[in-house]
Design a protein around this ligand. Structure first.
Ligand code: PEP
Ligand code: MN
Length: 343
């Protein structure tokens, strides 16, 4: 149920409704912005009537949310979610770039890459300390040692850290270092991990599973949101299709489709979608053009020596070129949108 309150409703009015819901065993979350005050209570329609809720002081109306995802849906929260992290505002119409290698491999490798990522003005640095690999014989990441190196990078270069958590066992350790905790494509439906992420105070970057529908992806986000963590960023990273010219198929049409359904910010990871260096730039440009809130880009100082995903890692110069081009495209789009809106 979506409970719409008077925009000037007092904190007591909101508390009274939430206490009533709690007495009936119903979880709820209140949302306030300058234009609206609402309470989302996913299970309220099962136990209460619209009339019961509309009887409360300051309640303007109560409307059943028909969408299967209650917190992720724009039916519940009708304004874009803006996430403040590492000096950025993700989802406010700006372009948030994340650069870095696939994996933490050594201090020299990490510092070498972090230096040029920081110099490019990009504020978020990505690298996995725990790597989900298709083969058990492939490099699995440096684990805790890798997290310690990421903590050093954060300090030395003032970069926000985006790094993946693979399981509940290591969540506390990853969360302590990460500014944004990544949940990878393979774990998109690891429900106990999603619930743990939902209890985290850190924003969560939720990759789309490689065969997940948009509904399944948003329901995965709902697991996190329903536990109380409202800071979820979706990330399209390519899905499996019959095409074999590319590692995965970058599904850019999912961005406008997701925008119609959810208020959550959406990133694109063209690197894992295409799997080869020469396709990353065109797909990154297209991602910005289609309206992504941010991009995740893999880059390496010595891609030929990378322990994972070397073929898709951009060389430093190509990475810098991509950052410039994507910023230019974004600027152009913003100017056009402002013109269109008559600003
Ligand atoms: C990654 O970002 O390093 C990664 C493993 O991505 P995905 O989960 O999209 O495969
Ligand atoms: Mn990778």
């Amino acid at each position: 149920m979506l409970i719409v309150l008077d925009v000037k409703a007092s904190v007591e009015s909101i508390r009274r409704v939430q206490a009533f819901l709690k007495d009936h065993g119903i979880d709820s979350q209140a949302h306030s912005d300058p234009l609206s005050q609402t309470i989302v209570a996913p299970n309220a329609s099962k136990k209460l009537t619209v009339r019961q809720l509309e009887a409360f002081e300051d309640v303007v109306r109560a409307v059943p949310i028909t969408s299967p995802y209650k917190y992720a849906s724009i039916q519940g929260v009708n304004a874009p979610t803006v996430i403040e992290v590492a000096g950025l505002k993700i989802g406010d119409g700006s372009l948030s770039l994340v650069g870095g290698p696939c994996a933490v491999e050594s201090r020299d490798q990490l510092f070498g890459i972090a230096r040029y990522v920081a110099e490019s003005g990009v504020k978020l640095f990505r690298a996995g300390a725990f790597k989900p690999r298709t083969s058990p014989y492939a490099f699995q990441g440096l684990g805790i040692e890798g997290l310690a190196l990421l903590a050093e990078v954060k300090k030395e270069f003032s970069l926000g850290i985006v790094t993946e958590c693979l399981d509940n066992m290591t969540f506390d350790e990853v969360e302590a270092v990460a500014d944004i905790v990544q949940i990878g494509a393979r774990n998109m439906q690891n429900f106990s991990l999603l619930k743990r992420a939902g209890r985290s105070l850190k924003p969560i970057l939720l990759k789309r599973g490689n065969s997940a529908s948009l509904d399944e992806w948003l329901l995965a986000a709902e697991y996190i949101l329903s536990e109380g963590n409202s800071r979820v960023i979706l990330c399209e990273r390519g899905i499996r299709t019959w095409s074999d010219h590319s590692r995965n198929t970058l599904d850019l049409s999912v961005i406008p489709a997701a925008r119609r359904l959810t208020h959550l910010p959406i990133f694109v990871d063209p690197s894992h979608a295409v799997g080869r260096r020469d396709s990353v730039l065109p797909c990154a440009r297209a991602s910005v053009a289609v309206g992504a809130d941010g991009l995740l880009i893999e880059t390496h100082c010595q891609p030929e020596q990378a322990l994972s995903d070397g073929p898709q890692a951009l060389l430093q110069s190509d990475y810098l070129d991509l950052v410039d081009q994507c910023r230019e495209i974004h600027k152009l789009l913003q100017a056009k949108t402002a013109l269109h809106l008559g600003f």
